[in-house]
Design a binder for this molecule. Structure first.
Ligand SMILES: Nc1ncnc2c1ncn2[C@@H]1O[C@H](COP(=O)(O)OP(=O)(O)OP(=O)(O)O)[C@@H](O)[C@H]1O
Ligand SMILES: [Mg+2]
Length: 328
């Protein structure tokens, strides 16, 4: 099957600064694909190039076979963009805003009316449709912003951090809308976020992007699998090969390696760390490994001077790959 989106070595320079560096990935029809990365990673720049907001500096992408460098008008008919920043008219009603966006895409009359009602239903805001946007909560504005990106029935929807600053109820509505669009209409979705839980929940596959590079790309399961069943950092008075071998032989432990230091967690300062030897334990199953390791250290009278557990999730994978947290 030909992918709906085929991104080829896409790069973007702002002056001398290379914000996106030879990014390549494909998205299949009906797939929900995540772009996960910290602030400034280049997510919005990638989306802006794919949707015709910014021209690429190098590379290209095919959307439904249309080249974004030469056939952007055709590609735009297939694309829906929900930008990170709201693009709505505050004094106009939700319905009037959606009518406006529909008209931009050439919808008129009955087709326009039907589409506007349909997208209002998708984001569950039919009841508020005649009130001005300025009376909406932040989450409701986001949901109308999403509806605006859907009004021309795109085959591929670009959602740029749609849940930032959104209340939990609207957040759930957004998740449900994405899942429903994907399931019932087979819409492909590109979902950017720096919330790993969202990407884990919604996406089939994801690319982890940092400083303009894709540093990992796989199914969520395989990305998390990079960490085995979790990683445990132990601080011990001293470490030698014999001790590492004994830890590695414990049940639920896959590997025990000498480690420089555990990556810093959120809000953790370098000064808070004590010196001493560190062991990185890659677990088959982190909780069982922890019980076994601590039990064994007790029997050997070896004190534990520090402990840090990386759960097997995308946040830990990012920490493992970059030494940084996603939200710093
Ligand atoms: N118009 C611009 N001119 C110069 N530099 C820019 C411009 N837009 C973005 N950048 C820089 O390019 C890099 C990537 O920015 P981008 O907005 O794509 O990141 P992002 O991953 O979307 O981040 P966030 O999660 O904060 O939205 C950043 O270092 C940013 O400062
Ligand atoms: Mg952004």
């Amino acid at each position: 099957m030909t992918p709906i989106l085929d991104v080829q070595q896409l790069s973007k320079k702002y002056g001398d600064f290379e914000a996106v560096k030879e990014v390549s990935f494909t998205v299949e029809e009906g797939e929900v694909f995540g772009l996960l990365g910290p602030n400034g990673a280049g997510k919005t720049t990638v989306i802006s190039m794919l949707t015709g907001v910014l021209p690429p500096s190098a590379g290209t992408a095919l959307i439904g076979g249309y080249d974004i460098r030469t056939q952007m008008n055709q590609a735009k008919q297939l694309n829906g963009l929900v930008p990170q920043d709201l693009a709505l008219y505050p004094t106009l009603s939700a319905r009037a805003n959606l009518n406006f966006f529909g008209q931009i895409y050439g919808l008129r009359g009955k087709a326009l009316r039907e589409q506007v009602e349909d997208v209002l239903r998708i984001v569950s805001l039919t009841e508020r449709a005649d009130q001005p946007i300025e009376t909406f909560s932040g989450g409701m504005k986001r949901r109308i912003n999403i509806a605006a990106g859907l009004v021309h029935q795109p085959q591929i929807l670009f959602l740029d951090e749609p849940t930032v600053g959104v209340d939990p109820q609207s957040r759930n509505h957004i998740f449900e809308s994405v899942q429903r669009l994907n399931r019932e209409r087979d819409m492909s979705v590109i979902y950017t976020s720096h919330y790993m839980e969202e990407v884990e929940l919604l996406c089939d596959r994801a690319a982890i992007i940092d400083e303009g590079h894709i540093i990992a790309l796989d199914t969520i399961e395989n990305l998390i699998g990079l960490l085995g069943g979790g990683v445990i950092y132990l601080g011990l008075p001293r470490v030698d090969a014999g001790l590492l071998a004994q830890i590695a032989a414990l049940p639920a432990v896959r590997e025990a390696l000498p480690a420089e230091a555990a990556p810093l967690g959120e809000g953790e300062a370098v000064a808070q760390r004590e010196t001493g030897a560190k062991v990185k334990v890659v677990a088959e199953q982190s909780q069982q490994a922890l019980v076994n390791v601590i039990g064994w250290l007790n029997t050997q009278d070896i004190p534990l001077t520090s402990l840090k557990i990386l759960e097997p999730n995308l946040e830990s994978v990012f920490l493992h790959l970059t030494g940084k947290t996603l939200r710093e």
